[in-house]
Write a protein that binds this ligand. Structure first.
Ligand SMILES: Cc1cc2nc3c(=O)[nH]c(=O)nc-3n(C[C@H](O)[C@H](O)[C@H](O)COP(=O)(O)OP(=O)(O)OC[C@H]3O[C@@H](n4cnc5c(N)ncnc54)[C@H](O)[C@@H]3O)c2cc1C
Length: 289
């Protein structure tokens, strides 16, 4: 396939990759290429030079005192099947297992899913409810930012052209005696497999021994220019015991909270209904225990 690119460089270390990006403002990193190659071919993105990240060593999952660190170059199939991810962040494992079909999952990376900044990126809501922070590097050093600050608009991030996502940190919280963690990811589309979401949702709730919802995090994809947290709905539910009345109230609040958009894939009215339905099902699971 002919791509409108002058050259491809294959650095062998992060340092070398960052130096190339610093020296060539027209360069663009490529990881699995499952988004970028299609966009270059269709003329939706431009790059004079591609910087192939596949030999830079950004892949792998490590468990540390601070949580689970997932390298930006880790592919979806690795994330979906990793024991600690499945235990502590089941919504992320499910989201990763639903990014395209298996051949795509074996190439598609976490860093690429986030840096591509699609409002429909499946891992984004799951990472938002996990309280993820993104480690970003340039030739000048590294910094960390909350994931929400990465997304600026459809296809746009706060990254500069000389910066790379290095890893994503997920803080592991101990649920403690008598507490219960409920975490889910669900996506809605025209069919079950191989679709870009029309709406997707991740929810993370910790239920205390006395039945109160101690922590509530809800995030939606494909409803707004960026993946979003439903903060007013979270505030409504937090520290309360879930009953039918509270559940109904939450279904009303969430539709205002995320203000779904109209686009080619669905009208706002459909998305409002889908958002309320997904939340209703999630809260039913929380109530069931
Ligand atoms: C058939 C098909 C089905 C798909 N289905 C889904 C789906 O169901 N859900 C979904 O969410 N996505 C889906 N996608 C989109 C895509 O597979 C994912 O977004 C994937 O995770 C992108 O990762 P990548 O490594 O291929 O990124 P690339 O295409 O290599 O890069 C994507 C963007 O990220 C930048 N980038 C890559 N790595 C870094 C880094 N470390 N730091 C900074 N910038 C970086 C690139 O410059 C580029 O702008 C699908 C794609 C295809 C072709």
């Amino acid at each position: 396939m002919d791509l409108p690119v002058q050259d491809v460089l294959r650095p062998r270390s992060l340092r070398e990759a960052l130096r190339v990006l610093a020296d060539h403002p027209g360069a663009r990193p490529v990881a699995g290429g499952t988004d970028l190659v299609v966009q270059l071919r269709d003329g939706r993105r431009q790059a004079e030079l591609l910087v192939d990240l596949s030999r830079v060593g950004l892949d792998g999952i490590t468990e540390t005192d601070r949580g689970i660190a997932i390298g930006a170059g880790t592919t979806m199939d690795v994330i979906a099947t990793h024991r600690a991810v499945r235990t502590h962040f089941p919504a992320l494992a499910t989201a990763a297992s639903q990014v395209g079909a298996w051949p795509i999952q074996c190439r598609a990376t976490l860093g690429g899913n986030l840096a591509n900044a699609s409002p429909a990126a499946d891992t984004a809501p799951a990472l938002l409810v996990a309280g993820a922070a993104v480690t970003v590097a340039s030739a000048r050093g590294q910094s960390q930012l909350p994931l929400e600050e990465l997304f600026v608009g459809p296809g746009r991030t706060s990254l500069r052209s000389n910066e790379l996502i290095v890893s994503v940190l997920l803080p592991v919280s101990r649920t403690g005696a008598g507490r219960r963690l409920v975490e889910r990811f669900v996506k809605v589309g025209p069919r079950r497999e191989q679709i870009i979401s029309v709406v997707c949702m991740a929810g993370r709730v910790v239920v205390a021994a006395d039945g109160r919802l101690e922590l509530v995090r809800l995030a939606f994809g494909s409803v707004a220019p960026t993946p979003v947290r439903a903060r007013a709905t979270e505030r409504l539910l937090e520290r309360r015991v879930l009953d039918d009345r509270l559940r109904q109230e939450a279904l009303g609040v969430v539709q205002e909270d995320v203000k779904p958009i109209d686009d080619v894939r669905a009208p706002a009215s459909y998305r409002r209904l889908a958002v309320a339905t997904l939340l209703d099902r999630f809260l039913a699971e929380v109530a069931r225990g």
